[in-house]
Design a protein around this ligand. Structure first.
Ligand SMILES: O=C(O)C[C@H]1NC(=O)NC1=O
Length: 245
């Protein structure tokens, strides 16, 4: 059986729960999902500053997961914060939900659109497209212009805005698939795929199946070159816990 550590980099328990439920709904029977979030940090991640704060918590969780011997780690925030640093620390695969969703979209359509939360995080999504080499695959990016935690306020307004943006994107962008740009949207993808009749992809679900695939292929994070374990040095204070030895 497999154990996959699902890390919500923000500290909102409700969002962790939404992602964990979605992850468990797609996981194979013998896959266990260990859902965690940092003890301290930002309740939502909505920019470069929040991502910097969240990265320490992600690394602490990666270390804990590694010590617990998990078979894979998922960074469940659409900015994929700390992804490469986490890959240095980890032995098992580390998958970000943005890269997972983008990869799947390129296998299903020649162009995809992204629907995320605040306009200011569109820049982060564009940066990831560049970093992953998917710029030419992404036809357009849209924001619902509501904060991340509006997805957890129980009003359903954010969910309706996501639906509207997806319908508009399908009509206007010339893209054949849509990537949902927030971990908190994980539970919306399956219903929207049916309603819109195009692939609407959630990165949490995508990442779960990618970790399962990599594990089945006995493939783990390369430790040759820049993703080798960090060089040993005396990390001090709150960082001491990140020493690998
Ligand atoms: O960037 C975003 O809008 C979404 C991103 N922020 C967050 O707290 N979880 C996320 O997936």
């Amino acid at each position: 059986s497999l154990c996959i550590q699902l890390i919500n980099p923000n500290t909102s328990q409700a969002m962790t729960e939404v992602m964990a439920q979605t992850a468990r709904s797609v996981a194979a029977p013998q896959t266990h999902i260990l859902a965690v979030c940092p003890e301290e940090g930002a309740p939502s991640i909505e920019g470069h500053f929040d991502e910097a704060i969240a990265t320490l918590g992600v690394l602490q969780q990666i270390k804990a997961g590694r010590d617990a011997g998990v078979d894979g780690h998922i960074i469940a925030c659409f900015g994929d914060p700390g992804l490469l640093a986490a890959r240095e620390l980890a032995r098992a695969p580390v998958i970000g939900i943005a890269e997972a969703a983008m990869h799947l979209a390129t296998m299903l359509a020649t162009r995809f659109s992204i629907v995320t939360t605040l306009p200011r995080t569109l820049t982060i999504a564009r940066h990831l497209l560049h970093q992953y080499g998917f710029e030419r695959h992404c036809a357009a990016l849209h924001a619902i212009d509501l904060p991340v935690l509006s997805l957890e306020d129980g009003s359903g307004l954010a969910q309706e805005k996501v639906r509207e943006q997806c319908i508009a994107a399908k009509k206007s962008d010339g893209s054949g698939a849509i990537v949902l740009g927030c971990g908190g949207m994980a539970d919306l993808a399956q219903e929207l795929t049916i309603e819109l009749n195009i692939p609407v992809i959630d990165g949490v679900s995508a990442a779960v199946k990618m970790v399962e695939s990599l594990a089945a292929l006995r493939l783990t994070t390369s430790k040759h070159g820049d993703l080798d374990y960090p060089l040993e040095k005396p990390l001090s204070g709150r960082f001491a816990g990140l020493n690998l030895r």
